[in-house]
Design a protein around this ligand. Structure first.
Ligand SMILES: Nc1nc2c(ncn2[C@@H]2O[C@H](COP(=O)(O)OP(=O)(O)OP(=O)(O)O)[C@@H](O)[C@H]2O)c(=O)[nH]1
Ligand SMILES: [Mg+2]
Length: 389
């Protein structure tokens, strides 16, 4: 029997996770607009955390900073305090350098999309702003035009003057991506005014449609708004791992060799974690995975799996038991979705405060999806169940 020590599991996890992040690459966004338009608020609303505060930042030029998320899958060029005129020229020059340096190079160095923001209440869009947008376009950057801080009430009514302003801008003939649309958004609810958050999903969807294919997986992982998209990715990762498990078990594996599945399950867990975009450090995740998969406590998934498999043949001798390919596959599927539940409930928010509760969620979700019918040798996989159902 191949036995895994906790150190093996954590090492395997760290290697697989590094590889998974590496293959996601990086999505780079550039965001422009005057001071106070709400650039940081917009980025935080879509990417879930304060990129500027949690990531590493470096000034590119006066007025332009580049932030990289802790896990490396998102980079944001933020034109803090951006004004037009001389500062605008400096920013454009810096962008030009970035664009030409990255041309033909690594996709993760390229700027994949630009958001140009205007606060609706400025109610002004001037020629020098239009010129800046055109120059971004000339640099080859797809520009999405975003009106920010647009009031929208709970009934979904958008301030009429903001709509009018958006129509005015859309009529300027600017070279805009997103089919020339002006995206109306509000990134922060204001209970006093009774306004709600809206328009972010549309902006995100248009960004997905605009960017090159190489940046899609990284954007999907980095954004923290569209869970449906993450689950689609999770489904693919889990299905691929389940079919590897199926192949592994094509020749039924003696139960005592069930650990043969551990490496592929760890790889699956690492890929799922990368696809969900948590900013938790790899070492912390690795030790969590290690303790979930190997801990000898009676409540752990590992122990539970063993005991439920042993019950399949009442009184059966463990040594004589085998795991068929389908059992291996459904066990892997159940484990994948159990991990997704943990990611969605805790890890994407960076929450590791209650490890026992987290483990309980994992075990419960695993059990729900991996129900062995006692004595029949048949398994219920629940593989079509989306998380939380
Ligand atoms: N109600 C509401 N307030 C917002 C919204 N976006 C930004 N704000 C507020 O406007 C102010 C400025 O927002 P920031 O996100 O810091 O603006 P910024 O564009 O990053 O500003 P600089 O970093 O100085 O260039 C803050 O007080 C935000 O809370 C929004 O969509 N709705
Ligand atoms: Mg800011």
């Amino acid at each position: 029997m191949k036995d895994f020590a906790s150190a093996d599991v954590t090492r395997m996890y760290r290697e697989e996770y590094a590889q998974a992040l590496n293959s996601l690459g990086r999505f780079n966004l550039a965001i422009f607009g005057k001071t106070g338009t709400g650039k940081s608020t917009l980025v935080n609303a879509i990417f879930g955390q304060d990129v500027a505060a949690t990531g590493t930042g470096r000034p590119v030029t006066t007025g332009l900073d580049y932030y990289v998320h802790p896990n490396g899958i998102l980079g944001v060029y933020d034109s803090r305090g951006f004004e037009t005129g001389e500062a605008g020229d400096r920013i454009l020059k810096a962008l030009e350098d970035i664009v030409s340096a990255s041309r033909g190079g690594d996709a993760s160095e390229q700027i994949h999309a630009a958001w140009y923001t205007v606060r609706w209440s400025d109610r002004r869009f001037e020629e020098h702003q239009a010129a800046f947008v055109r120059r971004l376009h000339d640099l080859g950057l797809p520009v999405l035009f975003v009106l920010t801080q647009v009031p929208c009430n709970a009934q979904g009514q958008i301030h009429e003057e903001a709509l009018e302003f958006a129509r005015y801008i859309a009529g300027q003939g600017l070279p805009l991506a997103g089919e020339g649309r002006v995206f109306l958004t509000n990134a922060k609810a204001d209970p006093f005014l009774g306004t709600v958050v809206f328009g972010l999903q549309e902006l995100l969807d248009a960004t997905f449609d605009t960017i090159p294919e190489v940046a899609v997986a990284a954007l999907s992982a980095a954004q923290q708004l569209d869970w449906g998209r993450k689950r689609q990715t999770a489904k693919k990762i889990i299905a691929a791992s389940a079919s590897s498990a199926l192949a592994t078990g094509a020749t039924p594996i003696p139960f005592s060799d069930a650990a043969i599945l551990v490496p592929l399950q760890i790889a699956m867990i690492a890929r799922l974690t990368a696809a969900y975009g948590t900013t938790l450090p790899s070492a912390q995740l690795a030790s969590l995975v290690g303790s979930l998969m190997l801990s000898s406590g009676a409540t752990t998934a590992g122990r539970w799996m063993v005991s439920s498999l042993l019950r399949v043949v009442p009184g059966g001798q463990p040594a004589a038991m085998v795991i068929s390919g389908t059992v291996a596959a459904s066990m892997t599927t159940a484990m994948g979705w159990a991990w997704v539940a943990v990611l969605e409930k805790y890890l994407v928010r960076g929450d590791l405060s209650d490890e026992d509760a987290l483990k309980a969620v994992f075990v419960e979700e695993f059990r729900r999806r991996f129900k062995l019918t006692r004595g029949s040798g048949k398994e219920g996989s629940g593989k079509e169940l989306p998380p939380g159902q």
